[in-house]
Each structure stands twice: as structure tokens, then as C-alpha cells.
Design a protein around this ligand. Structure first.
Ligand SMILES: *Cc1c(COP(=O)(O)O)cnc(C)c1O
Length: 346
């Protein structure tokens, strides 16, 4: 369908790096495991990323949605309130899981470029709950923030929010599906970026290009309980040694890789700015570029016109198109997208 097209719809389209494919093939020739965390590749992956991110333990799970939902189940009881910035994935694309699997209510607070200001959180905690409201149990940050265009959370905000949570007896989870991009863009370690959090989720299959899977990270006790929750959700997947082997190579090969995506995202945005002016929005922090369609022009229609020119973009809502940079998008594809957008919109 998308053969030959420049596919900007998602960093899921990055494809699997050669080193990861080779590692998968080698691991696929070994004896499979029983699934009780006894696979050497899975253990290596979980240890490697626990160390990178500064957590005691990690668990390899099929999707980042599942990593998030296990965290919700462990930190909250049904009916509890979770506080997050407006537009978070947990309250948007993932909302049905959040309601159906965890049974929690997400309160979306005012966001600044997708992120929660410490004073906004403090005001929400100080404000009167409605009669019958359960107490807020968990604060939920997303870094980078997808819907805001891959924006990076200001480090001092995250630290201060961590302090507020500790004082108020709340837990803090970071949906770090794309925390790798924040790591590449800021030069900070994952451990520094996630220091304030009690738990963290990371996608392995987006810009990194692992074949599948995500990680949930936390304390040793938290991960022991996560193992049980994963089982109740029918997600004790096995054998997964060959997937973990591919993921290890994808993690190891990320240095430089993501920086290229960020450079091309800035190039793409500069081209859009030149062609469209303010519709191109602000310059990207990482690998996501959002474009507003002109009043009266539906994003879906523009996406169709772009598709005919061999450029695939994802409508996020009626008036916003998303372009995500990844390993299969080179400089020529960026130039092609700028040209196609100029013809379709300008
Ligand atoms: C993609 C994404 C998820 C969910 O990941 P899946 O592996 O598709 O379930 C969660 N949070 C954010 C911010 C995402 O972008």
C-alpha cells in the first residue's frame, strides 16, 4: 500500500535495524524459554535498561499501553483519580484501556506545551475535591509529549513535581514512550530524566526500531507485582528471547540515530515554515512536527492529497497533521514532504 511512499505517519515505521535483525535470527535458533523470566536475552535487556534508567528492575511487555496500564493497576484502585496534563496519551488514544482495565478517572489539568507546571499541580491538590471524589493517588507525566508535538518536559518542573508528590504521598509515573528522544535531544541520561518517578514506561519499537515490545520499570517489589498483573491481563508472552535480543541491539544502536531524526525534523519544520508561515507552528524539540491545516481545509483531505504525492502523514484531529521522523526518512523524503505540503496547502 505504502510501497515507495515516504511514510511520516509514525516512528513505528522505522523498521528493524540490521544489527537487531541479525541478533533476532541468532536468538531464534536457540532453545526457547518457559516464560518465567528465564530467558537470558530478556534478562539482559531488562538489566541493561534498568541500569540506564536508574531503576531496580524492569519487565519486558508487549506494548507501552500495557506497561502504562500495569502501572495504573498497581498504583491505583478503581475509582481513584489520576492527575495529568491535558492531551496525555493515557487520557486520549489509551482512554478505553484506562477506563476498562484500571477503572480510574483521569483529570486533565492545564498543560504548557503538553507539560504540567508544578504550580498547576499544587493548585489542583489544594483545591476542593467534589463531594464523593476519591483522592488523587497518582500523578502522570508524559515525556516527550506526543500530542503537543514531541515536546520535552522542563527538568526543573519534573523535579519539583517529584517533590510535591513525595510531600503529598502521591506516586509519580512517567509515560516515557519517547523518553529516548528526550535523552538524545538534551544529552541527559535516562536516569536523570526519570529520577523523580516511582515508575517509568519506555517503548522499544518506536524510533529505536526494536521488533516489538516495551519496558515497565520500577522497584524490585513493584516489578514482582507487575509480573502478576501482566499474567492476569493475558500478556505473559513467550517465547520472547528473539524479540529481546533484537531490542538489545536497538537500544545499543540508538546513539546518533535519534539525533539524525531530530535534525531532519528541524529541516522539515523550516521548510514548512517557509511555505506556510504560522501554520507550521513552533520548531520541534525532537522527532515530531505538527502542521495546522488552513481554516476550512480538513486534515483528512490534505492527508489524502499528500498520499497521492507519495507522502504519508497522520491526521491527529480535524485540523492537525502529524509528521514523525524515523530511520526510514532521509533528506530526500524531507524535501519531498515540503514540496508536497506546499502544493497541497499553500
Ligand atoms: C505510542 C504511545 C503509547 C502506547 O504504545 P503502544 O506500544 O502502541 O501501546 C503510550 N504512550 C505514548 C506517549 C505513546 O506515544
Amino acid at each position: 500500500m505504502a510501497g515507495g511512499a515516504a511514510d511520516f505517519r509514525s516512528d513505528l515505521m522505522a523498521g528493524i535495524p540490521a544489527a537487531a535483525r541479525a541478533a533476532m535470527l541468532r536468538a531464534a535458533g536457540e532453545a526457547p524459554e518457559m516464560g518465567l523470566r528465564d530467558d537470558p536475552h530478556q534478562s539482559r535487556l531488562e538489566r541493561m535498561v534498568s541500569e540506564l534508567a536508574g531503576f531496580e528492575d524492569a519487565l519486558f511487555v508487549p506494548t507501552c499501553t500495557l506497561a502504562n496500564q500495569i502501572a495504573l493497576r498497581l498504583w491505583c484502585r478503581p475509582g481513584d483519580i489520576v492527575l495529568t496534563a491535558a492531551g496525555s496519551h493515557v487520557a486520549g488514544p489509551e482512554a478505553a484501556s484506562t477506563a476498562g482495565l484500571a477503572g480510574v478517572a483521569v483529570r486533565q489539568l492545564e498543560a504548557a506545551r503538553g507539560h504540567l507546571r508544578p504550580e498547576t499541580l499544587r493548585a489542583a491538590l489544594a483545591g476542593p475535591a467534589r463531594p464523593g471524589d476519591q483522592p488523587a493517588r497518582l500523578v502522570w507525566l508524559e515525556n516527550t509529549h506526543m500530542r503537543a508535538g514531541g515536546t520535552i518536559a522542563p527538568g526543573d518542573w519534573v523535579r519539583e513535581i517529584g517533590g510535591t508528590c513525595r510531600e503529598a504521598g502521591l506516586r509519580l509515573h512517567i509515560d516515557g514512550s519517547r523518553l529516548w528522544n528526550a535523552e538524545a535531544a538534551t544529552g541527559l541520561t535516562l536516569a536523570a530524566l526519570a529520577e523523580a518517578a516511582d515508575s517509568l514506561s519506555l517503548s522499544l519499537n518506536k524510533a529505536l526500531g526494536a521488533p516489538a515490545g516495551s519496558l515497565l520499570l520500577g522497584s524490585r517489589d513493584f516489578i514482582r507485582e507487575a509480573l502478576a498483573v501482566r499474567a492476569t491481563l493475558g500478556a505473559s508472552w513467550r517465547p520472547v528471547g528473539f524479540l529481546a535480543a533484537g531490542a538489545i541491539e536497538a537500544v545499543a544502536g540508538r546513539a546518533g540515530r535519534l539525533g539524525d531524526d531530530h535534525r531532519r525534523a528541524r529541516l522539515l519544520h523550516a521548510g514548512f515554515s517557509h511555505a506556510l508561515g504560522p501554520l507550521a507552528g513552533e520548531a520541534p524539540d525532537t522527532n515530531i512536527v505538527l502542521v495546522a491545516t488552513p481554516p476550512g481545509t480538513a486534515a483528512m483531505e490534505v492527508a489524502e492529497a499528500l498520499g497521492k504525492a507519495g507522502v504519508l502523514a497522520l491526521p491527529l484531529d480535524a485540523a492537525t497533521l502529524r509528521f514523525v521522523l524515523h530511520a526510514r526518512i532521509g533528506d530526500a523524503a524531507v524535501a519531498r514532504a515540503v514540496d508536497a505540503v506546499r502544493r497541497a496547502i499553500a
